[in-house]
Design a protein. Sequence first.
Length: 278
Amino acid sequence: MRLVGAGDSWCWGAELVDPAIDPEPIMNLPGGGFERQSIPENIEYRLKNRYINRFADMINADELIDLSDPSLSNDAIVRVLMEWLSKEGYFTGRDTSDLFISIGWSSPERREFHTRKPWRHSETGFDDHKIAFGPWSMNQDHGDKDLDKFFRLYFDKFWSETEFIHRYINQVWQMSKILKNYGIKFVMHQAFYHHHEKMIYNWDDEEYKKNFNEISPGDKALWEDIENDTFIRDTTAWQHMLTKGTAEEVFIVFHPSAKGHKHWAEYLYQHCIENKLW
């Protein structure tokens, strides 16, 4: 079986650092961030302990194709996966019987923007034409004053919780329909954003009436049309991990520890077995 792992930093294994290299939480150290988790000496530890590799071992996958990357938006997760499926010939007749896809959706708040000129990321130093934006982007240094100004303006004038929930519902629904249409087996889950169910269903709650415009009946219909076997909606990876230990045990700082990844891999595997997804 070929297993494809699509997602953001949770799937990628951010903050997983071998204690033999550094026993302290990665984000609390000078020079931390992506440096320690990405050094050659740490790659084997990160890959071995993240949930998608553990899941691959559980299902005896012959090959793991890793399409995850830190900070990917759901826009980017869709784009990267569609590009890979097209390149591999799965949209033009290639046999899909040995393919299984795991998608870990990111925060719906993130949005991908494409820039006309490459921008230089202030943390990684990489030049790129694509950038993920969220509310936190307003206070970040992107190494480009025009980008910083644009993000502040966008959040002030155009930011809409209703829009990003609309976009998220449509991405999950469309992806499920595309994969089913091509006979591709898959499972999807939400990594850490646990507010989406409340936003979609709790419009009688005064808290949500104050902060959000109502989700359209069409979006609600799409959400309810997404099948529960292929989309885990009763929990998120974040919520499940917290049932297995304290926050200090299952998380490092912003991402799961090796223990947290282990628990989610086991849950994912059990869900797939119970729902006969392959």
